[in-house]
Design a binder for this molecule. Structure first.
Ligand SMILES: [Zn+2]
Length: 178
């Protein structure tokens, strides 16, 4: 499947617009609230369980690079969680809006792989990146923030740091999924 049939609500697109401004101000509390709103909007539109979004400061880094985001399936009755970092590791600069949005959408796509597409594993396949790109485009275009050109190569690093290398399959297994 190359795209998720998301029809973003007005509120969701409004949150995307406000996110751009909040990032520009470096307003972490507002960014966190809006990232949660965007996740809630996508989950509601797709009729899948909501998840908890946590916005962190500086990205953790290692020789493998900087960690942009992380998706962790919840165990049993706990919600799945998404972490997104909003500042670069080295210079502590606020991440560009499109990069941040792409990372958030990337992690949401992992969630949708399990909850909407019912996949046993959520892998970084070609189809996964197509679904991610399609959703980013839909949100950016829908929000009236112009062409999504140039977003494609932005936020591909997630779950790549050693601590996060294998979080999904193992955490998934803990949940007792097939
Ligand atoms: Zn990923």
């Amino acid at each position: 499947m190359t795209s998720i049939p998301l029809r973003p609500s007005f509120g969701l697109l409004q949150a995307v617009r406000e996110l751009a401004a909040a990032l520009e101000r470096g307003d972490r509390r507002r960014v966190a609230a809006l990232a949660q709103q965007i996740a809630d909007g996508v989950c509601a539109d797709m009729r899948v369980p909501a998840l908890c979004v946590s916005v962190q400061g500086r990205r953790p880094s290692s020789r493998a690079g900087e960690l942009h985001g992380l998706y962790t399936p919840g165990e049993r009755h706990r919600r799945d969680t998404v972490k997104v970092w909003m500042m670069t590791a080295k210079r502590g600069q606020v991440v560009a809006f499109r990069t941040f949005l792409r990372t958030l959408v990337h992690e949401l796509c992992h969630h949708l792989d399990y909850t909407f597409l019912d996949l046993a594993d959520s892998l970084h396949s070609d189809g996964f990146y197509m679904r991610e790109s399609a959703m980013v485009r839909r949100l950016i275009d829908g929000a009236g923030l112009g062409s999504a050109a140039g977003v494609a190569a932005a936020g591909r690093a997630d779950g790549r740091a050693p601590a996060a290398a294998q979080p999904r399959p193992s955490a998934r297994a803990v949940r007792g999924a097939p």
